[in-house]
Design a protein. Structure first.
Lengths: 311, 306
C-alpha cells in the first residue's frame, strides 16, 4: 500500500472528546494492519490519553494523490476550507456527530458529498441519519472499539460514576432526587468524571458499581460501553446513538426527561447489588458481553474495508 | 374575606416566565372572587403582559389571617423573606419542581411553609414522593381564549428556544437539510416577546415546536393549541398532564430527526382530516384550562386558609 491515511484533526490537545480518542485508536489499528496512518493535530498529541499513533509534522504537511485525508464532521472554518479546497489527495469524511454536522456551513451546500470519496460513521444509527437527513449515499460503519486492556473491572465499591459535562443540570437533579428519595443510600458515593485522563477514567469506572449514563446527541456513546466493560451496571440515557448497543438486558435505559425514574433505577441497581438480585447481576453480565463485542479486531476489519478501497 | 393574599414575586419586570404570568392570573381571579390580593414585585409590573392584578412596592406588616405565597426559587431575598417570622400563613407554590432542586435552599417545611401547591398532578406527585411534602394542592394554569385564538394560518414554525438553544439550532438545520422543499418556511423564534405578539405569532403559525426542559406543567404548548397550531416536540414531562397522541405530535426529547419529520408532516398535510382533528382536539384540551375551572379551585384552596 503506497498511500497514507491522514486524519485531519486540528483541535486543541486539551479538548476531551471520545471522537478524538477514537481517531487516534483508528490510526493505531490501521498502522498495525500495515497501512500508514497518522493524525494531523498541529498543537500536539492530546494530553489526556496515550497512543502509539503517529502525528504528522505540521511543517511537512504535504499530500500525494495516493493519500486519503480524513475530515471530522466539524466542517466550518479551517476544516471546512480544507474540505472544499481542491487537492491531489482523496478526501474522506468520518462523521462522529451527525447532529452537529447539520449545523456546519459546508453541510448545507448543495452536493457537498462530492468533496469526499468516502463517508463513514461509528454506528448504523448515525449512518442511517446521514443517508436520510443529509442525503448521503453508502455511508460505511466503522464501529468504535473498547480496549479490554484498559477498561476492565477492578475491586468494586458502592459508587455511582458519571460523566456530567453534557447534561450538568440533569446530573445535579438526579443526584438530588436520589439523595432526597433514598436516604438509606446516603453512603453511596457519587464520582463525577471530569477532565480526567483515559487511565484515570478507567480506574474510576473499574471501581464503580454503577454508572449513570448521561449521553446526549450521540452518534454512538462510547463511555457507557466502557463502563460496561469495567463491570459497572448502567442506568440512564442512551443519547439516541447508544441504541447501537443499549438493550433492556444490559442497562436500565430511560428518556432524557425521566429524572425521577433515573434516580429510581440507580436505587434499584444499588439495592440489587447489595442483595445479590439476579436481574441486576445478569444486567452486569450482559453489559460485559455487550462491550466485549466491540473489539479492536472488528474495528480493524471495518477500517481495512473502508480505507483499503480508497488508497 | 378579612385576610389578604400576597404573592411574593420580586423578579425583574422584564423577566419572561410562564410562572410569573400564572401568579398574576391567579391574583386577578382571586381578586375577582372577593379576596384582597396583591403581588409584591418591587421592580414593577412585568413589561411583557397585561394584568389587572394589584401590585405593592413593599411588603406591609402581615397579620394573622394573611397568606403569603412564595415561589419555589428560594434564593437570595426570597429565602430571606421566607425565613422571617410572620403571623401570616405561608404557601409554597412550586411551578418548576426540577429547578427547585437546583438552588441553595431546597424547599421544605423547615422554612415554615404550612401549605403547598403545584400546577399539575405530575408536579404534585414528585413533590410528595421526592420532597415528602405532606399534601399538595393542584392549582391550574389558565389559557386566555380571547388572546390565544387562531388567525389566518400560514406555513410558519414558531418556537421558544430559550430552554434548549442548542437543540433548536440543530433541529432547524436538520429540518432544512432533510426537507429542502420546505426550506422557505420561516422559523419564528419567540424570545422576550410580549404576550400579545406571541399570541399573534401562534395564531398565524401552522406548527409550534415545543422545546421545554423539565416542566411542572408547560403552559406554552397549551397556548399554541388554543391558537390553532399543531404542537410538535417534547412535553417536558410536566406536559404529560395534558399531552396525548390526539392533541399533538409528542416525541421523546432526544428524537430530533423524528421531530423534524413531524414538523414536515404538519406543513405538508395541514389540510388533511388528521390534522384538522388534531387541531380540534388541541383546542378542546386548551379550553379545559379556563378561568371558571381555575376560579373554583383557587377559591376552595385560599378560602380554606383564611
Amino acid at each position: 500500500v503506497s498511500g497514507r491515511v491522514i486524519f485531519f484533526y486540528p483541535f486543541s490537545k486539551t479538548e476531551i472528546t471520545g471522537g478524538i480518542k477514537t481517531v487516534y485508536r483508528q490510526a493505531e489499528l490501521l498502522a498495525d494492519a500495515g497501512i500508514e496512518a497518522m493524525v494531523f493535530q498541529p498543537e500536539g498529541h492530546p494530553v489526556w490519553f496515550q497512543s502509539r499513533a503517529k502525528l504528522l509534522d505540521p511543517a511537512r504537511f504535504k499530500v500525494t494523490p495516493e493519500d486519503v485525508l480524513v475530515f471530522p464532521e466539524a466542517l466550518s472554518g479551517q476544516i471546512g476550507d480544507m474540505a472544499r479546497a481542491p487537492m491531489t489527495a482523496k478526501k474522506a469524511l468520518f462523521c462522529q456527530n451527525q447532529y452537529y454536522m447539520t449545523t456546519h456551513a459546508l453541510t448545507a451546500e448543495p452536493g457537498f458529498a462530492r468533496h469526499f470519496a468516502g463517508i463513514a460513521a461509528p454506528s448504523t444509527v448515525a449512518a442511517g441519519f446521514l443517508e436520510r437527513v443529509a442525503h448521503l449515499k453508502d455511508v460505511a460503519v466503522i464501529p468504535c472499539a473498547v480496549d479490554p486492556a484498559v477498561f476492565a473491572p477492578g475491586e468494586k465499591r458502592m459508587e455511582i460514576a458519571l460523566v456530567p459535562h453534557k447534561l450538568p443540570r440533569e446530573a445535579e437533579a438526579i443526584a438530588k432526587i436520589f439523595a432526597l428519595k433514598y436516604p438509606e443510600f446516603a453512603s453511596v458515593r457519587w464520582t463525577p468524571i471530569e477532565a480526567k485522563s483515559e487511565r484515570e477514567t478507567a480506574a474510576l469506572l473499574a471501581r464503580a458499581s454503577v454508572f449513570l449514563s448521561l449521553g446526549a446527541l450521540e452518534s454512538f456513546g462510547l463511555i457507557a460501553l466502557e463502563a460496561m466493560a469495567a463491570g459497572a451496571v448502567v442506568a440512564g440515557f442512551d443519547g439516541y446513538g447508544g441504541r447501537e448497543y443499549a438493550t433492556v438486558e444490559n442497562g436500565i435505559w430511560l428518556p432524557q426527561d425521566h429524572l425521577e425514574e433515573t434516580a429510581d433505577a440507580l436505587a434499584r441497581i444499588v439495592k440489587g447489588l447489595e442483595t445479590g438480585d439476579a436481574d441486576i447481576l445478569s444486567m452486569r453480565k450482559a453489559g460485559l458481553e455487550t462491550a466485549a463485542r466491540f473489539t479492536p479486531a472488528r474495528t480493524c476489519a471495518a477500517l481495512q474495508g473502508f480505507y483499503g478501497r480508497l488508497i | 374575606v378579612a385576610g389578604r393574599i400576597v404573592f411574593i414575586a420580586p423578579f425583574p419586570k422584564a423577566q419572561v416566565s410562564g410562572g410569573i404570568k400564572t401568579v398574576y392570573r391567579h391574583a386577578e381571579i382571586l381578586a375577582g372572587a372577593g379576596f384582597q390580593t396583591f403581588i409584591y414585585q418591587p421592580d414593577g409590573h412585568p413589561t411583557w403582559f397585561e394584568s389587572r392584578a394589584r401590585l405593592i412596592p413593599r411588603l406591609f406588616e402581615t397579620a394573622e389571617g394573611d397568606v403569603l405565597v412564595f415561589p419555589e426559587s428560594l434564593d437570595g431575598p426570597i429565602a430571606e423573606l421566607a425565613r422571617q417570622p410572620t403571623p401570616a400563613r405561608k404557601v409554597l407554590f412550586v411551578q418548576a419542581h426540577a429547578y427547585a432542586l437546583l438552588q441553595e435552599v431546597p424547599p421544605g417545611q423547615f422554612l415554615g411553609f404550612t401549605h403547598f401547591a403545584a400546577p399539575s398532578e405530575i408536579a404534585k406527585g414528585f413533590l410528595q414522593r421526592v420532597l415528602r411534602f405532606p399534601d399538595v394542592a393542584v392549582l391550574p394554569c389558565i389559557v386566555d381564549p380571547v388572546l390565544f385564538a387562531p388567525h389566518t394560518k400560514r406555513p410558519l414554525i414558531a418556537f421558544l428556544p430559550q430552554k434548549r438553544t442548542r437543540e433548536a439550532i440543530i433541529l432547524r438545520s436538520l429540518f432544512q437539510l432533510k426537507y429542502p422543499a420546505l426550506k422557505s418556511v420561516p422559523w419564528q423564534a419567540i424570545e422576550n416577546t410580549p404576550e400579545r405578539e406571541t399570541a399573534m405569532i401562534f395564531g398565524a403559525a401552522q406548527a409550534v415546536l415545543a422545546l421545554p426542559w423539565v416542566e411542572s406543567f408547560g403552559l406554552v404548548p397549551l397556548e399554541a393549541m388554543a391558537a390553532g397550531a399543531v404542537v410538535v416536540g417534547f412535553d417536558g414531562y410536566g406536559g404529560k398532564e395534558f399531552a396525548t397522541t390526539r392533541n399533538g405530535l409528542w416525541l421523546p426529547p432526544d428524537h430530533f430527526e423524528e421531530t423534524a419529520d413531524a414538523l414536515a408532516r404538519v406543513l405538508t398535510q395541514w389540510d388533511t382530516p388528521f390534522f384538522a382533528a388534531m387541531r380540534e382536539d388541541g383546542a378542546a384540551t386548551a379550553a379545559r384550562y379556563n378561568r371558571e375551572a381555575a376560579t373554583a379551585v383557587l377559591q376552595a384552596f385560599y378560602g380554606s386558609l383564611m
